[in-house]
Design a protein around this ligand. Sequence first.
Ligand code: HEC
Ligand code: HEC
Length: 348
Amino acid sequence: MTRPTLIALLFASLLLLGGTYTADNFNAKDRRHEPPPTPELMEHDGQQMGADNGAGEGLHYAGEDCSICHTTGGKAGSYVFSIAGTIYEDRFARRPAVGAVVMLEDIVGNVITMTTNSVGNYWTTTPIASNPMAVANHGGATTVLYTTDADGNVTAFADPADSRTWQYKTWISHDDATRHMVTIAPVGGASGTTPYMSCTMHHNMLGSSGASWVSSRPTFANPPTTNISFKKHVLPVLISKCVPCHIPGARLTRAATSTDIDADDPTTVDYSDGKDFTTYGGSTVDSVTKDGFREFVDPEVPELSEALTTTRKRSDGTVEHAGGGFWTEDDADYRLLLQWISEGALDN
Ligand code: HEC
Ligand code: HEC
């Protein structure tokens, strides 16, 4: 390869890895998978992963919602964090992910990174850019956080101190696994005084309110190689990797900006894509009907099953699927699903 080609290639791959955000992909419609900022890129910009780690030991209340106390007027009101939480290696919060990287890119493109300590905790006081035209929506109730006059002209922008206006995309990485926290804040819950990191922060852990998880480890330590059961083997894999996105019922992502409320269909950003992978044959919950996992596998040509091709990591590291890439053909979880499909994809 000639030198100019090499340089051109390097440049192209840097652009590809960059995945920089602009205000336009911070509306509900354009939220989608993007690659996380890489260590190489960060160092290139003179930053180290973990550059935003907060001061202190931070060894207490692992897995709790730190913001209950670490908020203005809270029990730890002298240490107000913009972001804090705990990362585990598994969805059941059994083992902390030590040295995991939490990355945020805010609406103006600032990259904020933290690393987890020996109990999996991370926290920072680095400010997060505010969206002046933010709209908070939680549990279906929409609150417009800026004000307009009778003609619709903005008279006051949203208060940047209100955590519901902080907007960012998030990824967590540990070893060679990366989890995309697709939901963009407004981080606030139902009110400005109940901040949460993002939906995945409180909807994806079992029995833990302030935590998330990331792991490249297979779901089972000793997965069986034949006689795979949907209930005993396949379902745990799907629950660990495909939830919280492909779930039953109406789970719409909140509106986030003025563009969202102006859109034709403002609240219908549904990360489930009409699929419920907590079931074999689909579900109807609150009159929302979704397809089950069986619909996306094909025992005739197992390796061409849509559920597998969509979620496979390509050799160049890219992935089409909005939920990210989960495995290569060598991974135990992938092989387990493939084997179950080859055995007829039974509801067993
Ligand atoms: C139930 C209330 C409560 C919760 C929940 C809580 N903290 Fe704290 N935290 C406190 C209090 C109170 C202090 C102040 C202690 C002092 O004044 O010395 C504190 C102090 C700290 C400090 C500074 C002192 C040190 O240990 O270095 C850090 C860092 C910290 N907390 C991190 C966290 C993280 C991370 C979480 C979430 C995983 C969290 N805290 C959850 C109450 C809480
Ligand atoms: C972070 C959220 C998220 C997670 C986790 C997730 N997905 Fe998805 N998935 C989506 C979204 C959003 C779409 C629709 C957009 C797209 O096709 O990329 C989708 C679409 C799909 C499709 C349809 C693709 C097509 O071309 O129509 C399949 C199949 C699928 N996902 C399988 C899976 C499987 C299997 C898992 C778990 C191993 C999984 N997904 C995990 C968000 C997610």
